[in-house]
Write a protein that binds this ligand. Structure first.
Ligand SMILES: NC(=O)c1ccc[n+]([C@@H]2O[C@H](COP(=O)([O-])OP(=O)(O)OC[C@H]3O[C@@H](n4cnc5c(N)ncnc54)[C@H](OP(=O)(O)O)[C@@H]3O)[C@@H](O)[C@H]2O)c1
Length: 234
């Protein structure tokens, strides 16, 4: 039986690669993005994998949008269907922040998308998660307080650090159901966010992360790992 996987921010970048690779493995994927009507690459996969890809709208920062996804989910999952894998992939990096001119609105937007969104979505989806499910929160080494050594992208770094703490909280909350929750750094990846100098190909990162997710046990829940499974300091 194929599993049900939910991916956020699935229209481009690492999210799109997750969707393609999961479909190639025979999984059933619910791919969400802000504007499905404009998600050309994602929508083209619907024809390639008939009946196994459902594209639903979701702005992770918007409470009404999250509630709408949770309302629609049972229609896609079927009567007793459950989510086996949730990948909280959507994220934002507002670059170019300078000390003295950091904007509270940018900090708030980063926290809403990178930290609050994934936590609230997971909480709202919890009744629909299978016991023993996996939750992968796409974090970043830039959210590591230990590794921080310069003033750089405070909105992104602090929102990913907050997301890391919320990942640990989720791991505690869901442990009794055997659900594994991970904070995952994808490497420096060749996407719009990673930019031209990035070192890791998108498909390699997504493939590595899917392997890390597959290999994880309940003992790994609440841990911070990179795309090769190497532990990272908080
Ligand atoms: N690339 C890297 O080097 C790198 C390194 C460390 C961590 N990461 C993390 O990996 C994840 C994926 O990054 P990426 O490189 O694939 O980034 P990307 O190419 O910039 O794609 C970001 C994705 O997130 C979506 N998104 C942004 N805000 C959203 C919102 N409010 N609601 C729903 N979707 C939203 C975007 O949708 P739109 O098209 O609608 O904007 C897009 O699909 C992110 O969490 C990122 O922080 C990436």
């Amino acid at each position: 039986m194929n599993r049900h996987c939910v991916v956020t921010g699935a229209n481009r970048g690492i999210g799109l690669s997750f969707v393609r690779q999961l479909l190639e493995r025979g999984e059933h994927v619910i791919a969400s993005c802000r504007q499905p009507g404009k998600a050309i690459a994602l929508n083209s996969l619907t024809g390639e994998f008939p009946g196994r890809l459902h594209v639903l709208p979701l702005d992770v920062a918007n409470e009404k949008s999250r509630a709408e996804l949770v309302r629609e989910l049972p229609l896609v999952l079927g009567k007793n269907g459950r989510v086996d894998l949730l990948i909280n992939n959507a994220g934002v990096l507002h670059s170019g922040e300078r000390f003295g001119q950091v904007d509270a609105a940018i900090l708030e937007d980063s926290f809403r998308i990178n930290a609050i969104g994934p936590f609230m979505l997971t909480q709202a989806l919890a009744p629909h998660l299978a016991d023993g499910a996996r939750i992968a929160n796409l974090s970043s080494v830039m959210g590591s307080i230990t590794r921080s050594n310069e003033f750089r992208s405070p909105s992104y770094c602090s929102s990913k650090a907050a997301q890391n703490m919320l990942t640990v909280e989720l791991a505690h909350a869901l442990r009794a159901r055997g659900i594994v929750v991970l904070a995952l750094h994808p490497g420096w990846v060749q996407t719009e966010m990673g930019g031209d100098s990035a070192t890791v190909a998108v498909d390699d990162s997504a493939r590595g992360l899917l392997q890390v997710i597959a290999d994880a046990t309940l003992d790994d829940s609440g841990h911070f790992l990179d795309w090769r499974g190497t532990p990272l300091p908080w």
